[in-house]
Design a protein around this ligand. Structure first.
Ligand code: NAP
Length: 212
């Protein structure tokens, strides 16, 4: 498949790119800083532009793709304050581009705790999310409202806390999961799960919670 990737320079995005290339897919990655691009590969085209503001670059990345994947996150600014509008802005650009380019399938990395799913987070991490991530998660929720209303073939992937551990292939997933303590899941497993959703097309118009 030809897959347009946003956030391919991030922790999960890089793993997604590496796994998708290894599986023989063609990837187009839009990055802000080419110096951070994933390693060169015959199957990888890197485009430079801002996913939040450069509609032309976003549309160019998406045009001709069979599916779109977002592993975008929210950067910390130099003041140490998280910018709260990245996801809402990027989602609007990507939805517009997908409509223009007539690309329907999108697999979007979000996080358990966004919107109504905060109630599903076990008590200890829920406290931390409320204290530290409420603005970031409000931005994610705003972007996701656009996605849910878009008419596109979306799947929202909701991992619990992610780690940089090796892929296990033994994670659980479902629209809801029973969770206790401080659940975690490896970014590499999340990337593999996302690639599986791109190629299988399941969890259509659904969220998929993922945890060890
Ligand atoms: N950390 C966790 O435990 C956890 C748990 C559940 C869900 N999540 C969510 O999973 C997603 C991926 O997490 P991660 O840790 O893999 O992400 P990450 O390493 O922080 O990477 C974030 C990606 O988003 C890009 N990005 C950030 N700000 C941007 C902006 N203003 N414009 C364009 N691109 C921008 C980054 O590009 P640059 O490389 O150019 O900065 C990078 O590619 C995030 O949405 C995160 O909230 C995280």
């Amino acid at each position: 498949m030809r897959i347009a990737v946003f956030g391919g320079t991030g922790g999960t995005g890089r793993r997604f790119v590496a796994q998708a290339l290894a599986a023989g897919h063609q990837l187009i990655a839009l990055v802000r800083d080419p110096a951070k691009a994933p390693p060169a590969h015959d199957g990888l085209t890197v485009l430079t532009g801002e996913a939040t503001s450069d509609q032309g670059a976003v549309t160019a990345a998406v045009t001709g793709a069979d599916a779109v994947v977002s592993a975008l996150g929210t950067e910390r600014t130099w003041q140490g304050v998280r910018a709260p509008t990245v996801m809402a802005e990027a989602t609007a650009r990507i939805v517009t581009a997908m409509r223009e380019a007539e690309v329907a399938r999108v697999v979007w990395l979000s996080g358990l705790g966004v919107g109504d799913t905060l109630a599903e987070v076990p008590p200890l991490p829920r406290l931390a999310y409320r204290a530290l991530l409420s603005r970031v998660y409000a931005d994610k929720a705003a972007g996701e409202r656009l996605l849910r209303r878009s008419g596109l073939d979306w799947t929202l992937v909701y991992p619990v806390m992610m780690t940089n551990g090796a892929p296990t292939g033994r994670y659980r997933h479902g629209e809801r999961l029973e969770l206790r303590g401080v659940p975690t899941v490896a970014r590499a497993d999340v990337a593999a799960f996302m690639l599986g959703r791109v190629t299988s097309g399941d969890y259509l118009h659904k969220i998929a919670v993922i945890a060890d």
